[in-house]
Each structure stands twice: as structure tokens, then as C-alpha cells.
Design a protein around this ligand. Structure first.
Ligand SMILES: Cc1cc2nc3c(=O)[nH]c(=O)nc-3n(C[C@H](O)[C@H](O)[C@H](O)COP(=O)(O)O)c2cc1C
Length: 337
């Protein structure tokens, strides 16, 4: 693990060496992966929705505790627009708090009741949004410790406005007073140094880690991520006001066809967007099956390797970028002498 390069309010809040967070990943962010991120000096979030059976969820938290040797790790609580999918979240939050989890990433609809409970328990909460407008609104309403703003390059749900991270980062920092974490399209340390220079205090990655050895998905899925360049993601479901970015595959092309023909009944889309199809795809190694979240940072995910190797590369690149800025400034000073 590399030495700490940057200290920010985010490294302090999350008790981590590097200001690098690995966002929740449906089906994939389990104890093995999250512990690997934590042991490499970052913060990861076990995705509660992946473990609908409470006993399995508890076992996963116990496992993460063992694998991290008691270091802090996080839990992701995603509030869906479909209320029936959120019924278990309060109970899962209680389980996590009982198990001593003190770091949470919330996402989706503003989760007022969850945030209040997290703060009552003295824990840390970062809420994740897709636009600066939502960041301003959420920080105005909720007692958050940090806000993550994820640009349109991201895998999963980039929101409806589709503004990229390079625009959102300085705007969010200017308009929000709590620590800002930027996500969406990040896969190099140069980007990380740049975002910190813009005032972000941490970065949030998802796609870049999809090729980590500790992620349990079939190697054929990881290889698809390695092979993909930045043009090979698909944006679908904007017509359902639930825009999604993922692997450009047979499923997203079928959805795009339905959208182009004007289908507005969600029931027609349901078989294509079912979470069970994703799980099968990851298990069987079939990248054509289901909608599989992947962002444009796939272009930086160039080989399958352990999380700590990815993390070391990110930190080394961030150090090189910082050194480059120092050298450019020194050369300007010399020229002025
Ligand atoms: C495969 C995959 C699954 C994801 N699942 C979730 C999820 O269940 N909950 C959530 O809040 N975010 C989820 N995300 C979003 C990530 O946590 C993170 O915000 C996003 O990946 C950052 O952008 P990037 O993909 O460009 O790195 C997912 C992303 C990917 C790639």
C-alpha cells in the first residue's frame, strides 16, 4: 500500500489513507471486494440490496469485519423510485448499526428517515446524487456529512440531465459547503489529482474496479470491461425517466428499439431490466444478458488485477500529476527570474 498523498475532510471522515471511495455495486460489492478496498487504503460499501436475506447480510458484515481486521468499512443503502423495493432498508440499517458499521453511502431518493437514524447513531453518511441541483437540495434538507456528485460518464444511473464530471466538480464545490466527492468517469490518478485541485475532497469509483480480481463475477464479464473503449457503453431508459448506462449489449439494443418505437408501458421493459438477469450474467459470464452497469471509465480498466494493484496505480499516477504541476509552476518561476 502506498503512503498517504493527500489529507482531506473525506480521509478524516472515513478514516482512510487515500481519498478514494468505491461506490456500491449491485450484486458485486460484497465482503471480499469491500475488504480489499479497505485494506488497500480506501473505503468500500457493501451493497445491502444484494443481500435481501437478513441472515446473509449479517454474515456478510461479519465476514467483512474479519477480512478487514476490524478496520472501518461501509454499507450502501439505495432508495429505489419503486417503494416496494425499499421496504427492507430500515431493518438492514439497524443490522449494520448493530454490527458496528459507522460509514454509509445512501443513493437514489433522498432518504430522510435513514439519514436521521444514521446521525442519531453517531455514524457518517454520504449521499450520492447525479446533479449539482440535487446536491444543493439534499444538503439543504438532510444532515449529511458529505455529498457525492456523480457525472454523466458513470455506470448505473447518471440521472436525467447528463452533465459531465469536469463541469459538475467545480460547480458542486462552489455551491455546497460540506465535503464534496466526485464520481463518474474516473479511472486514472491524474483525474483524481485534477479533481482534488478543483476542490473535491474525495473521488468515487465504480467501473474502474469492475476488473478487480476480488470481484466474484465471471472473467468473461471482466474481459468485456477490459476490451471496451469509452464509446462502448449504452444509455437507455431515458424515456422511462430512469436513465441507465451500461455495457452496450443485446439487452440495451432491444430496449433502445422499444424506446424508439414509442413503448411507454414499463411492464414491457420489465423482463429486460430484472436484477435476476444481471446476477445470471455475472455468474454465467454472459455479457449480453441483462442491463449490466458500466461507465465510460471502462477504457481505463485495462487488465484484471487485485484491488491493491489498481489502487497503487491510481496513487502513483496522482503523485505523478501533482509532480507535473509542481514542475510546471517551478519552470514558470524560473522563467520569470
Ligand atoms: C456494476 C455497477 C453496479 C452499481 N450498483 C450500484 C448500487 O447498487 N447502488 C448505488 O448506489 N450505486 C451503484 N452503482 C454506481 C457506483 O456506486 C458509482 O456511483 C459509479 O459507478 C461511479 O461512476 P463510474 O462507474 O464512472 O466509476 C453501480 C455501478 C456499477 C458499475
Amino acid at each position: 500500500m502506498r503512503d498517504a498523498l493527500f489529507q482531506t475532510r473525506i480521509t478524516e471522515l472515513f478514516g482512510i489513507r487515500h481519498p478514494i471511495l468505491a461506490g456500491g455495486l449491485m450484486w458485486l460489492a460484497d465482503a471480499n471486494y469491500v475488504a480489499a478496498v479497505v485494506n488497500a487504503g480506501g473505503m468500500g460499501f457493501i451493497t445491502a440490496k444484494t443481500f435481501p436475506d437478513f441472515k446473509d447480510f449479517e454474515a456478510e458484515l461479519d465476514k467483512a469485519q474479519r477480512l478487514t481486521g476490524g478496520k472501518p468499512f461501509g454499507v450502501n443503502l439505495y432508495m429505489s423510485v419503486r417503494p416496494e423495493q425499499n421496504a427492507d432498508l430500515p431493518a438492514q440499517l439497524e443490522i449494520a448499526l448493530d454490527k458496528g458499521v459507522r460509514h454509509f453511502e445512501t443513493a437514489g431518493l433522498p432518504p430522510a428517515h435513514l439519514v436521521e437514524r444514521i446521525k442519531d447513531a453517531g455514524a457518517v453518511v454520504m449521499h450520492k446524487v447525479a446533479t449539482v441541483k440535487h446536491a444543493i437540495s439534499a444538503t439543504g434538507k438532510l444532515p449529511l456529512d458529505a455529498i457525492a456528485v456523480v457525472g454523466s460518464e458513470c455506470g448505473g444511473h447518471p440521472g436525467l440531465n447528463l452533465v459531465g464530471s469536469i463541469v459538475q466538480a467545480p460547480l458542486a464545490v462552489a455551491r455546497v459547503s460540506i465535503p464534496v466527492v466526485i464520481g463518474g468517469g474516473i479511472g486514472t490518478g491524474g483525474q483524481i489529482a485534477g479533481l482534488l485541485a478543483m476542490g473535491a475532497e474525495g473521488v468515487l469509483l465504480g467501473t474502474r474496479f469492475l476488473v478487480a480480481s476480488e470481484i466474484w463475477s465471471h472473467d468473461r464479464i471482466k474481459q468485456r470491461v477490459v476490451d471496451a473503449d469509452e464509446t462502448q457503453t449504452a444509455l437507455v431508459l431515458a424515456s422511462m425517466r430512469n436513465t441507465f448506462r451500461g455495457i452496450d449489449n443485446e439487452t440495451t439494443r432491444a430496449i433502445a428499439k422499444l424506446e424508439a418505437s414509442g413503448v411507454t408501458d414499463f411492464e414491457v421493459y420489465r423482463p429486460y431490466v430484472m436484477g435476476t438477469a444481471q446476477k445470471e450474467a455475472y455468474t454465467e459470464g454472459d455479457p449480453e444478458k441483462g442491463i449490466l452497469s458500466m461507465g465510460q471509465a471502462c477504457v481505463f480498466a485495462d487488465r484484471i488485477e487485485p484491488v491493491d494493484a489498481i489502487m497503487d496505480r491510481l496513487v502513483d499516477e496522482a503523485a505523478a500529476a501533482t509532480g507535473r504541476l509542481g514542475a510546471l509552476a517551478a519552470s514558470a518561476r524560473r522563467a520569470a527570474e
